[in-house]
Ligand binder design. Structure first.
Ligand code: NAP
Length: 272
């Protein structure tokens, strides 16, 4: 794509952003649809100034990553109701100098799971009580699922469970819990600690679907054992891809070319 005077700029703010897979993913999507648009990384420490800059420069769409997903909220003109409930924003849409915040992480997680199982009325055990568990939990409630939460640190876990109006369990209770789906929303299993999993192999066959949001590696110990035990498995790339597809739709109004974006993510990950 040739950058010219009409190119519409998008980007990602965070710190750091140099590791992000989003520039390659979104630029591949713009190219596939022949859109005169580009997506660039913006390493940001001062959120207030960055938000002023986005407005002033007429940037169209921005992803927000760690550590700014909460801090941007104070600088928005509008916020999507689910993003407000989650209390975290990963997407900014900027129009006529007004910034609206959205959260597409939950949309990505729901779409990834819903490819395997309809979520309404289903029971989902979420592992973890961090930012992703929170977004996924609210998203599953939006989809009409019933949630159970299990995590390591009791106070933090109980607090999130209260917010989600769901029961909380310590990790050693997992062998006694049953659900239709299991979602690992912790970093356990991520490289370089790839030989770790929070759920023993013998406890996996009771879940019809097992999703791991860790995407490095793509096949975690949890997912490879779950597949061997006959579960349907969903890797972390699916959530990453579909949260990006939802951003693309918000920014351009076009359906995202998910096959192109998936290929971009796979080639970025395999080049690491
Ligand atoms: P976070 O806010 O830091 O939360 C991390 C969670 O993992 C916490 O609940 C923490 O437990 C738990 N945890 C960490 N180490 C643990 C261990 N050894 N045993 C038990 N629990 C442990 O992080 P996050 O933003 O939610 O991200 C979590 C993971 O998801 C990361 O690996 C990230 O790369 C990945 N991720 C993937 C996507 C995607 O699109 N696929 C999107 C976002 C994040 P405590 O409750 O005790 O603190």
């Amino acid at each position: 794509m040739q950058i010219n005077g009409k190119t519409i700029i998008h980007g990602i703010i965070g710190n750091p952003v140099s590791h992000s897979l989003s520039p390659a993913m979104h630029n591949s999507a713009f190219a596939a649809l022949n859109l005169n648009a580009a997506y660039v990384p913006f390493p940001v420490t001062d959120v207030a100034s960055a938000m002023t800059g986005l407005r002033a420069l007429g940037i169209r769409g921005v992803s927000v990553t760690i550590p700014h997903k909460q801090a941007v909220i104070d600088h928005l003109d509008d916020i999507d109701p689910v993003a407000a409930k989650i209390g975290a924003v990963n997407t900014l849409c900027i129009k006529n100098g007004r910034i609206t915040g959205h959260n597409t992480d939950w949309i990505g997680a729901n779409r990834a799971l819903a490819e395997k199982i309809p979520l309404s009325g289903k029971k989902v055990l979420i592992l973890g009580a961090g930012g992703s568990a929170r977004a996924i939990g609210f998203g599953l409630l939006e989809a009409g699922a019933q949630i159970l939460l299990a995590s390591r640190t009791p106070q933090k876990g109980r607090q999130l469970a209260t917010t989600l109006s769901c029961p909380w369990y310590p990790l050693d209770a997992i062998p006694q819990l049953t659900a239709d789906c299991l979602v690992n929303a912790t970093s356990v299993g991520m490289a370089p600690h790839t030989d770790t999993s929070l759920v023993g192999r013998k406890n996996l066959s009771r879940f019809a679907v097992v999703m791991d949001i860790v995407y490095a590696p793509l096949s975690t110990k949890l997912l490879s054992e779950a597949a061997e035990e006959g579960c349907q498995v969903v890797n972390g790339l699916a959530m990453l891809l579909y949260q990006g597809a939802a951003q693309f739709k918000l920014w351009t109004g076009e359906e995202a070319p998910v096959d192109v974006m998936r290929e971009s993510l796979i080639s970025s990950l395999s080049a690491r």
